[in-house]
Design a protein around this ligand. Structure first.
Ligand code: UD1
Ligand code: CA
Length: 453
């Protein structure tokens, strides 16, 4: 069965009070619409079309090639948004899922179940519904005496007689694709909002005796539609507990789940311990028996086994096994930290490869550097990599000892087994096994202390 998906994402999201389109606001550091796209993909739905409108270019820049796009210049309603997809989809076989860009919590397993339900029951349209005492601003599902769905009524158009209905429309549907596009032009905008409602297609289909059905979603938290910032925060809370719970069930210790924020695409292996106030986002992978936190931010990085990271901020780096990082370390832009390394307090590294067993224990900046094995970087060492216009490389070979407070003015190469004396500013390459010392000789002025008083 060919499965298409349409994500409705053209609206502004007025209640967000934002200059940005709603669907690019982030949950666990990932734009809302990307959650929806990834949930669809995990349910094996790959032909995805996003309807964009308000600040379409911004949405496209976030989604990139993860979806095709259709432009809805004027937001004349959810039904009108579907009409915009007619050209691309009308002749296609199979079924089409319609989902809103602002319901990122509808999980891939729910999407899969909805597809199965639709196919199993030979439906022409299946609505994913929920049940609430107060259906808030959702559309209400109207069923006849035989429990068949006959229409959806928007809350703004709901008359007295529907007040007690508890079943509501989550805004996710599956349609027989050709049927959807055969009937879509029958929608009109004779309603309180003067919009073309997609929801009216249900009544049209039911009247023509097509099989329309509602599938009730048990976990109400999945149906959350994000319309304002408070719901955005609530949705993050819900998703975060879901992810933390899954990780704990899979053998990861999370000391304080309430202050631990882990994105949906993060992988962590067993017996790793995550300490409080830690944020792990993007495509981060962490191996076994690591200790991460407290106060760590880790983005798009790989950490192998038995590594400890505390009070650190790490972006786009690889940190191998038995490494200790922090407290107070900053690693960024593709650093590769090899095995058994120690990176201590107030050390910053950028685009640096740091070899096996090397150490930088305190207060250093290492940028654009290739550093070999068993190297000791003394406290206060700086790679002087920037001349005001361009960045230059520092190469430090195996077994080099760099004393405290050395400036290494790049481009520069320090060959293996060399020693750099403390306080030296290195401007020329240092040959192997040699000592480089460049500092003003100390003078002693006897008795000066007494005269000075
Ligand atoms: C819609 C449903 C309602 C359902 C609710 C679930 C309709 C008429 N109503 O109401 O039954 O309970 O979702 O959350 O469909 N959009 C466009 N183009 C437009 C209008 C909207 O792309 O012209 C997009 C929005 O960006 C949003 C989604 O469609 O992602 C839903 O639109 P919204 O205005 O939030 O509809 P609701 O009033 O929530
Ligand atoms: Ca909505």
């Amino acid at each position: 069965m060919k499965i298409n998906a349409i994500i409705l994402a053209a609206g502004r999201g007025t209640r967000m009070k934002s200059n940005l389109p709603k669907v690019i606001h982030k949950i666990l550091d990932k734009p809302m619409i990307m959650h929806v796209i990834d949930n669809l993909r995990q349910a094996e739905v790959n032909n995805i079309i996003s309807v964009v409108g308000y600040q379409a270019e911004l949405v496209k820049a976030v989604v990139k090639e993860e979806s095709r796009f259709v432009l809805q210049n004027e937001q004349l309603g959810t039904g009108h948004a579907i009409m915009m997809c007619s050209e691309i989809l009308k002749d296609k076989d199979g079924i089409t899922i319609v989902i809103c860009g602002d319901t990122p919590l509808i999980s891939s397993s729910t999407i899969k179940e909805l597809i199965d339900y639709h196919i199993r029951n030979d439906n022409h349209a299946t609505i994913l519904t929920g049940e609430l005492e107060d259906t808030l601003s959702y559309g209400k599902i109207i069923r006849d005496n035989d429990n068949n769905v006959v229409k959806i009524v928007e809350f703004k158009d709901a008359k007295e007689e529907y007040q007690n209905i508890k079943e509501f429309n989550t805004g996710t549907y599956i349609f027989n694709n050709k049927l959807l596009f055969n009937l879509i032009d029958m929608l009109d905008n004779n309603n309180s909002q003067k919009e073309y409602y997609l929801t009216d297609i249900i009544e049209i289909m039911a009247n023509q005796k097509y099989k329309v059905d509602g599938c009730i979603l048990k976990d109400l938290k999945e149906t959350i539609g994000i319309n304002d910032r408070a719901t955005l925060a609530y949705a993050q809370r819900v998703l975060s507990s879901r992810i933390n719970r899954r990780l704990m069930d899979n053998g990861i210790t999370i000391i304080d789940p309430r202050t631990t924020y882990i994105g949906p695409d993060v992988c962590i292996e067993i017996d790793t311990i995550i300490k409080p106030n830690t944020h792990i986002y993007g495509n981060t992978k962490i191996g076994e028996k690591c200790i991460i936190g407290p106060n760590v931010e880790l983005n798009n990085s790989i950490v192998l086994n038995d590594t400890e990271i505390t009070n650190a901020h790490i972006d786009d780096c690889t940190i191998k096994s038995h490494v200790k990082v922090g407290p107070y370390a900053r690693l960024r832009q593709n650093c590769i930290i090899e095995d058994d390394v120690k990176i201590g307090n107030f050390v910053e590294m950028k685009k640096t490869i740091f070899g096996n067993r090397s150490k930088s224990a305190h207060l250093s900046y290492l940028g654009d550097a290739i550093i070999g094995e068993d190297v000791n970087i003394g406290c206060g060492t700086i790679t002087v990599n920037y001349d005001g216009k361009r960045k230059h490389q520092t190469v430090i070979e195996d077994n080099v000892f760099i004393g405290c407070n050395a400036n290494l003015i790049a481009p520069i190469k320090i060959e293996s087994d060399a020693i750099i004396a403390a306080g030296t500013t290195i401007t020329n390459d240092v040959p192997k096994e040699s000592l480089a010392i460049g500092r003003v000789r100390q003078e002693i002025k006897e008795d000066f202390g007494n005269k000075f008083k």
